[in-house]
Structure formats: C-alpha cells, structure tokens
Design a protein around this ligand. Structure first.
Ligand code: DAH
Length: 348
C-alpha cells in the first residue's frame, strides 16, 4: 500500500518536472493553453492521479490529496511564469520591428491666432463701446440712394468719381464706404444715436496700399447739441487710447459731400524719431488716419430729420490702414492673402 502512495507521490514529482520542461519549449500562448488542459484539465494527468485516491487507505488519502494540491499549484505557477515570459518575448520582438527614435524632434502643432484685422477691430470696438457707442451693420450690396444720393452726392457730382464704384447688373452696387449705414441707422431710429458700423467696402482699385475690398469703421453721433468740439474730444480720446497717451492729433480742413465742415484727422507719426528720415510719414511727422466732419443738413433732410433741431458728427476710418500703421505692415495685400508665415507673427 505504502509503495503505491510513494509511487504516486513520485509520479506527481515527475509530472511537475515534465510539465515545467514542456512549458519551457512552448513559444505561443495557445500551446500553453493546450498544455494546461493536458496537465490540469478535466481529463488531465493530475485529475487521473487524484481519482486514484479512492484506491488508497483512509490515512493515506489526505497525504496524497495534499501533495496533489501542492503539485497543482506548482504547475500552475510554472505555467503562468512561462506565460509572462512568452508575452515579454513577443513584445520585445514587436518593439524590435517598430522602434521609436526618441531623438527625433517632436511634431509642432500650429497655434491659432487672431487675425490682425480682427484684433484691431476688437480694440476699436472696446474703445468706442466705452464711450457709449453701439455697433450697427448694413448690407454690402447697396443702392444708389443709400450709398450716394442720401449722402448728398448729386447725380452728376464729380464727387462720385472720388470712388471707383463696382456696379452690379441689376442697378445695385457694392458699397464704396460704410457711410450708407449712417443713412440706414437714421432712417430706422430717432436721435439720440451713437453708433459705430464696421464692414467690408469695395472699390475698383488695387496696389500696395489699396485693395478692391477692404474694411472701414463708420462712426455717427446725432443728438440735439453735438459740436465740432465733441468730435475733436472723441477722436482725441480714441487716438490716445489706441496709439498712446502722448500722441498728438490735428484736424485738417477737407471735403466730403456728407459733412460740413469736413476734416481729415492726422496723428503724430508713431514710427519716426522726430527729425529722422521716415518712410511712413515722409518726414511730415503726421499720418492721416480718418475722415470726419459735422453731418451736412442735406443728409438730415434725406432721412427725414429736421436739421434745425439735430446736430451730429460722423467719421470713417480704414481698418487696414490702422492695422498697417500699428504693426508696421507695408503691403495691404498681406492682410488678405492668409499666408501663415505672415499670420504666425501675430500669435501671442
Ligand atoms: N466715407 C468716407 C470714405 O470712404 C470716409 C468718411 C469721411 C466717413 C468723413 C465719414 C466722414 O463719416 O464724416 O472716404
């Protein structure tokens, strides 16, 4: 009887040893799974020895039972160890094929930036909003009335030649300035009115400082008592906030059909050290930034206001020009070409 217990214990040891050897020869996990079934499965070797338990005497059974359990644990452990080795080996082989060069430079992701025209517009908005202006808008396709007649351009007045108008087939036109928004806003509202109107405008014109499409901001303040002093105060405040507290401004007499008197406004050149040679202001020390004036009584009449009862001022500035001066850009086309090498410079 003892013989048979010893023999069984012996065969368990042999089994564990064989299992270990066979596991070592397995190179794939599927092989391991088959071996697991062979040794530990329902009809596996270990089970067969376990089933022979009943052939032993009652005092021998626990001894064999314990040994079977130990063997089972050992075999399982050996199997799992081999499984880990196989996985590691597989991973090593994969990495040998797909290696990573850690010395390669990383891929840079381009960061988006606000377009210079947009950021100038936002800055102008915030300055004029703080002065109590609302934002108004109007259409790009306009009619003769809003773009010219109501703004006091008589039908055959040479002033219409100041702007090379792009006409559409149906008699409409592309607005040549944002001033028609003045007319639309006054037609739709009663004073007091205080608005700025940003938008694209169109002229048959193209060179380094002119584009057939560009953007303006129009300003309009209409109330019972608005004077040229208010206009000057407003524009001085704007210029100081935008270009710096010490910038001087000057108003030069000029002509626009829709304002009387009219002026052009210059700011002290922000580029030149005084006295030096400056290509931006051509050594005059001044740069023109906008046109302005007191709203002409004829304009009030065209929108049904009584010129005896209301007064107002208006101004119009070119956003590209302001942006070019702010950033030292010497060709207006750069602002429309969307060349990332140019735009990248504005990413903060
Ligand atoms: N509309 C003018 C232009 O495009 C600019 C302008 C001048 C607007 C004087 C105004 C103004 O409102 O008062 O050349």
């Amino acid at each position: 009887m003892n013989d048979s217990l010893d023999a069984r214990i012996e065969s368990l040891a042999t089994l564990a040893e064989e299992a270990r050897k066979e596991f070592a020869t397995a190179t794939h996990e599927e092989q391991l799974n088959q071996l697991k079934a062979r040794y530990l499965g329902k009809s596996g070797s270990l089970k067969t020895i376990m089933e022979s338990l009943k052939e032993l005497s009652p005092d021998q059974r626990p001894i064999l039972g314990k040994t079977v359990n130990q063997t089972k644990q050992e075999v399982l452990q050996a199997l799992e160890d081999r499984r880990v080795q196989i996985r590691e080996e597989k991973r090593r082989q994969e990495l040998a094929h797909r290696w990573i060069d850690l010395s390669l430079p990383g891929r840079q992701r381009d960061q988006g930036a606000i377009h210079p025209l947009r950021s100038v517009t936002r800055e102008l908005f915030s300055i004029f909003r703080s002065l109590g202006y609302d934002v108004a808008e109007g259409p790009c396709v306009e009619d003769d009335f809003h773009n010219f007649s109501a703004l006091n351009f008589p039908p055959d007045h040479p002033a219409r030649d100041m702007q090379d108008t792009l006409l559409l087939k149906n008699g409409a036109l592309l607005r040549t300035h944002t001033s028609p928004v003045q007319i639309r806003t006054m037609q739709a509202n009663r004073p007091p009115i205080r608005i700025i109107a940003p938008g694209m405008v169109y002229r048959c014109d193209a060179d380094v400082s002119h584009s057939p499409m560009f953007s303006q901001i129009e300003g309009l303040w209409v109330d019972e008592k608005v004077s040229l002093a208010d206009l000057k105060g407003t524009l001085t405040t704007f210029a100081r906030r935008y270009y710096g507290p010490d910038v001087p401004i000057r108003l030069r007499p000029s002509f626009f059909p829709f304002t009387e008197p009219s002026c052009e406004v210059d700011v002290g050149c922000v580029f030149c050290p005084r006295g030096g040679s400056c290509s931006v202001c051509h050594d005059t020390g001044w740069i023109e930034i906008l046109g302005a004036g007191m709203v002409d009584p004829n304009v009030f009449e065209a929108v049904g206001y009584d010129p005896e009862k209301v007064q107002g001022f208006a101004f119009g500035l070119g956003i590209e020009r302001v942006a070019m001066l702010k950033y030292g850009i010497n060709d207006i086309r750069l602002l429309f070409e969307n060349d990332v090498r140019f735009l990248r410079q504005f990413a903060k």
